[in-house]
Design a protein. Structure first.
Length: 170
């Protein structure tokens, strides 16, 4: 079994366990998949990015996701599309520069809800910090394989787990 498949299976098992083991909101954060080469601000994902989005859908299919949050930029919507289609969910679109609005919605999740956030390298560390997860390592511009899971409950306890999925970009 290739390492990529083994890592994806391990991540899926861990995510499923985290989502069901505690009465807590579970928030899964990923950066959008690899960008295409167009020189526009709303560049779509590349063919490699499309493959990563499918892998993400496979990894997350059994995690009990009930809500998906994306930014208005095409690359986040394309990254979330395979899992949204699989789960029959309509992603909630948040402006990319309105982290406060997103954090407010994530804080309002019930203790039994699981949400996926597809964001950007500059917004994900801020979201983690504002949700009480502390500072995380800066994301390199070439990094697309980090998957962050935040488990938080009404008592204010927060647990952050970082994993990798798909082909390594490091």
């Amino acid at each position: 079994m290739p390492n990529q498949v083994r890592r994806a299976l391990l991540a899926a098992v861990l995510l499923s366990w985290l989502a069901s083991a505690l009465p807590a909101a579970t928030i899964i954060l990923v950066r959008h998949a690899e960008r295409g080469s167009a020189m526009t601000s709303d560049v779509p994902i590349s063919s490699v990015g499309a493959e990563r989005a499918v892998v993400l859908s496979q990894v997350l299919k059994d995690t009990g996701i009930q809500r998906i949050f994306v930014t208005a930029l095409l690359r986040t919507r394309q990254t979330a599309a395979p899992i949204a289609i699989r789960l029959h969910l309509e992603p909630v679109v948040i402006p990319p520069d309105d982290t406060d609005a997103l954090v407010s919605q994530l804080r309002a999740l019930n203790d039994d809800e699981t949400a996926l956030v597809v964001g950007h390298s500059n917004t994900l560390p801020l979201i983690v910090e504002r949700l009480g997860g502390g500072k995380i390592a800066t994301m390199a511009d070439s990094e697309y394989d980090r998957l962050i899971v935040i488990v938080t409950n009404l008592s204010g306890k927060t647990k952050v787990v970082t994993m990798r999925y798909g082909k390594s970009t490091q």
